[in-house]
Write a protein that binds this ligand. Structure first.
Ligand SMILES: Nc1ncnc2c1ncn2[C@@H]1O[C@H](COP(=O)(O)OP(=O)(O)O)[C@@H](O)[C@H]1O
Ligand SMILES: [Mg+2]
Length: 231
């Protein structure tokens, strides 16, 4: 699907938020590395998706009414067999129903589980005064707790990205810790430049929230993504 089709589809349903699957499809169109991901509406579709992707996989709930999936028990890591997937599928839907109430659940995504690495947050917003602004910070589910984020007006250059990294209190995480190799800053630069191009090129994108993007050595992959389109 083309970006314009995805945006048009969401708009026709009166939605301004693209779900994770749609957002990752948009990112892939811009050659931004993302986890392999499939949508499943039933358990048998989820099993088929896991077979195609290969275990271990991650399963997440898909609902237009759920923003923070972890908060409602809607993310399951380390699924390594059909049996585990079947069991977790039922448990997850039950848990999400209990936590989130009577929300519309479209199904689940089944995705590749990426190796442990450094979790960064990459964001883009359109500021009424400055126009497109990029954010780079220490990411993960505690992003709001740390508030360790650097901002620059887009478009950004390589040097801007290096400056942003040096502004982060958590920059040492990128130098290697707990057995992780140092992160190749070229991987961060490359991803930031692509996001910068994307927000400039696509005026229909109001906001992007990629959290986390997991970096390990010279690899970086978008693991969770949320895109808001201009209403
Ligand atoms: N495909 C994946 N591979 C490895 N870890 C993942 C994957 N997806 C999610 N995670 C881990 O689970 C956490 C929460 O998942 P995420 O999709 O970001 O949900 P939330 O909606 O709560 O932000 C991430 O910060 C990451 O640590
Ligand atoms: Mg997330």
């Amino acid at each position: 699907m083309e970006i314009s089709d995805i945006v048009a589809q969401a708009a026709s349903e009166g939605r301004s938020i693209l779900n994770e699957y749609e957002a990752k499809t948009v990112l892939k169109r811009h050659s931004i590395p993302t986890t392999e991901i499939k949508l499943a509406r039933t358990l048998s579709e989820a099993l088929k998706a896991a077979k195609e992707i290969g275990y271990p996989v991650v399963m997440k709930v898909v609902s237009p009414e759920i923003t923070h999936k972890t908060d409602v028990g809607g993310v399951v890591l380390n699924i390594d067999s059909d049996e585990k997937l079947a069991e977790e599928y039922e448990l997850m839907l039950k848990r999400v129903r209990e936590a989130a109430g009577d929300v519309k659940i479209l199904g689940v995504t089944v995705q590749e589980q990426v190796d442990r690495g450094v979790e960064l947050m990459i964001g883009a917003i359109r500021d009424p005064q400055f126009g497109p602004v990029l954010a780079l910070g220490i990411g993960g589910v505690f992003v709001e707790v740390y508030g360790d984020v650097a901002y620059r007006v887009a478009p950004v250059s390589r040097d801007d990205v290096l400056d942003m990294i040096s502004e982060l209190k958590g920059r040492k995480l990128l130098e290697g810790f707990r057995g992780l190799p140092p992160v190749d800053l070229e991987a961060v630069i490359s991803m930031m430049l692509k996001i910068s191009d994307m927000i400039i090129e696509h005026e229909e994108i109001a906001e992007m929230d990629l959290n986390p993007v997991i970096f390990r050595g010279s690899a970086g992959k978008v693991v969770d993504a949320r895109v808001r389109i201009v209403a």
